[in-house]
Design a protein around this ligand. Sequence first.
Ligand SMILES: [Zn+2]
Length: 299
Amino acid sequence: MTSEYRCPFDDLLILDFEATCEKDNYDFPPEIVQFSVCVLNTREKIIREDLSFNKFVRPIINPKLTDFCAELTGIDQDSIDKADTFPEVFNQFSAWLEEHNFQAKRYAFVCDSRQDMWRFAQYQFLLNKQPLPTIFRQWVNLGRYYEEDLRKAQVQDTWGPSFIEKMSGFYNIQFEGHAHNAMDECAFLAKVTKRVLDNGNLVTINESLKCIAGPRNVPFNIDPEWKTSFVSSCKVFEAMLPLVSTRTKRYFPDDFYGKCLYCFLPECTGVEHKQYPEYVYEQLKEPSVFAITAGLMRE
Ligand SMILES: [Zn+2]
């Protein structure tokens, strides 16, 4: 173990969103209902037990949680009814970042996959008709470190139906709390992130959202059953959402921090859909709720 963590950021902000959902329907407009962040200070090598951000968020399109969603997340309707809407909660989060001086230093978000930023954050800001903030354009996908550690350990895969349970088994770190509660997931992921750093790995940005990516211009045949298939729905969303998530193999903090990794403009927000996928819309047999709700269709 080296004396200092290998990480170009002073703080890692472990982030998790929970969003509205419906069983077996992926053509559903996911609205964020819980927004949680835990802090790992890489200089002190500590998880800041005294510092976190955790808010429920009131959805607008589907203000009532489905039974499926309530059970999955453990969030009750009353907490949601009393909560502020996303733009208000995001303002509170921005104030929290400022209050704790994160903006003055460099920090990076850590998520367990690309879903939080690429799907949930991007979609939420489309609903609010606001550009996706630059801070949500780059993150550490912890799942990639897990996959790499599996490969190094020459283990095929570990026990457990979910990603969290697999990580829990592999790293021997117990998950405490309610599965799919954003705060409990953050607390768990913070421990995994610390373990990855303790093992001497370089932890840095490995995924980002770009305004243009080549593969999206290649038309494909849409699975007619995409609305009930998670994997097929991801392909449709990849084509429809303005920003594309891409793997970032080499990250240079001085040059890349806070910029679009395609055009290198800090003000590139992806509101303008630069690669509009007409072939997707031509193939859709029924209207897509997901696309219509977010204004992703052109006249
Ligand atoms: Zn750009």
